[in-house]
Design a protein around this ligand. Structure first.
Ligand code: ATP
Ligand code: MG
Length: 429
């Protein structure tokens, strides 16, 4: 192992740490971390998510000296684990022993038997030979994910997605423009969400759409859905994106304010990022806000390709309940219109569209929600576009500031609980 070769003192100095992620019933994957003490709980869940893309991991465990399992669910608990681990490393150094990696055991929302339905296998490298294994680097040497994470990213992001490499699985949902499928990308072993839209357009327009979608490769924000590529086959375009195991917000019932607050922070950050790239979302609504069991919240379906938006609009012309009044009346669309949709997405759209154009904006019932929340929604839904908060004002609003604590665990626990409830209501598959 790289860090063993450097010697014990360097281990601490260079802060390189090997985390061995134990996979239930199938071995382990070693992950070399170059910033051990700075490691965040979320980073570990991210990597577990890459190793077990099908799983819904929200916490993990490690073993103390008595072999008792201790659960880690937060940065605080991570710190405690790392300090315990470094103390064992010191002891091993003093005794001249080989330094053992830090072993962690992912904990999933659902029982292991139900997971991994697509038969993901992970490299098993048990026994002492693993210490001399050259395979440990920045990569995740699982056999479905045999390539290094950098390579994997390249495969998934170089735009060479094609129909032959994709196996369509479940249907995730239908929208006005098309259908979204959960799919398996065979070369990388990754699970994707693929949106398929039927478009009867010329080759010229197809090319234009493909070139307009190019900007998606450059979008790099944890609040925006990952884009892996797109391709046309005959009269349909397939757009491949990151799969979010919690689905979209529209299927969740009442969301408690402390959870909604964290979701709103992520949505505001995602929108601010898009606006910084001069991209207007144009379709802000709960079904375009996706969540996962790692507590991440990401925006999807933003109008990056004018041609794609226009082509879809030819087959579907309509308004939706989240559109700003100025848009419904056919006036100019701007950042302010995205801000309106942001506001209305976080309250029940009880009012008829016509009311929104003709009458006063709907307001949240006083008493049921906190004052900052009601103020935030009311400001976003000012009838005059220019009176709505500008991007920097959104970030500085007390409601957003209050929940801007990076606490993904709150969202993660809520998504997991909701998925569990949904599963138990549906009964066994
Ligand atoms: P519209 O067509 O008006 O935008 P919509 O957003 O509901 O409506 P789609 O964008 O086609 O329709 O999405 C259909 C459903 O697929 C969504 O409601 C969401 O639940 C699911 N979905 C979309 N993208 C993903 C994804 N990346 N991961 C998981 N589920 C997704
Ligand atoms: Mg959508």
């Amino acid at each position: 192992m790289l860090w063993l070769a450097l010697g014990p003192v360097h281990v601490m100095e260079s802060q390189v740490l090997v985390i061995r992620i134990k996979i239930p019933n199938s071995g382990a994957v070693d992950w070399t971390v170059h910033s051990g003490p700075q490691l965040l709980f979320r980073d570990v869940l991210d990597v577990i998510g890459q190793v077990l893309p099908e799983a819904t991991t929200t916490a993990f465990e490690y073993e103390d000296e008595d072999g008792d399992r201790i659960t880690v669910r937060s940065d605080e608990e991570m710190k405690a684990m790392l300090s315990y681990y470094y103390s064992t490393v010191m002891e091993q150094q003093v005794n001249g022993q080989l330094i053992e990696p830090l072993q962690i055991f992912p904990r999933a929302c659902k029982p292991p038997g139900e997971r991994n339905i697509h038969g993901l296998k992970v490299n098993t490298r048990a026994g002492p030979s693993q210490h001399s294994s050259p395979a440990v680097s920045d990569s995740l040497p699982s056999n479905s994910l045999k390539k290094s994470s950098a390579e994997l990213k390249k495969i998934l992001a170089n735009g060479q997605m094609n129909e032959q490499d994709i196996r369509y699985r479940d249907t995730l949902g239908h929208g006005n423009g098309g259908t979204v499928y959960k799919a398996h990308h065979v070369p990388s072993g990754k699970i994707l969400a693929v949106k398929v839209i039927l478009l009867d357009i010329t080759l010229e327009l197809q090319k234009q759409i493909m070139s307009e979608l190019e900007i998606l490769y450059k979008c790099d924000s944890s609040y925006i859905i990952g884009f892996y590529g797109a391709f046309f086959v005959e009269n349909r375009i397939s757009i491949c994106t990151e799969f979010m195991d919690g689905g979209s917000l529209d299927v969740y019932r009442k969301i408690p304010e402390h959870v909604l607050g964290r979701i709103a922070v992520a949505v505001v950050k995602g929108l601010t990022y898009l606006w910084s790239l001069k991209i207007l979302h144009r379709d802000v609504k709960p079904s375009n806000m996706l969540v996962n069991t790692r507590g991440q919240v990401k925006l999807c379906d933003f109008g990056v390709s004018t041609q794609l938006v226009n082509s879809i609009a030819k087959t579907y012309v309509g308004t939706n309940a989240y559109m700003a009044p100025e848009r419904i009346s056919g006036e100019q669309y701007g950042i302010h219109s995205d801000v309106w949709s942001l506001g209305i997405s976080f309250m029940e759209p009880l009012q008829l569209l016509q009311c929104i154009v003709d009458e006063d904006s709907p307001v949240l019932p006083v008493g049921e929600f906190s004052e900052p929340f009601v103020h935030f929604i009311t400001q976003c839904m000012r009838k005059q576009p220019k009176e709505r908060p500008a991007p920097e004002e959104l970030m500085g609003h007390p409601f957003i500031m209050q929940f801007n604590d990076g606490n993904a665990t709150v969202v993660s626990m809520w998504v997991c609980r909701a998925l569990e409830e949904r599963r138990s209501q549906q009964g066994p598959p």
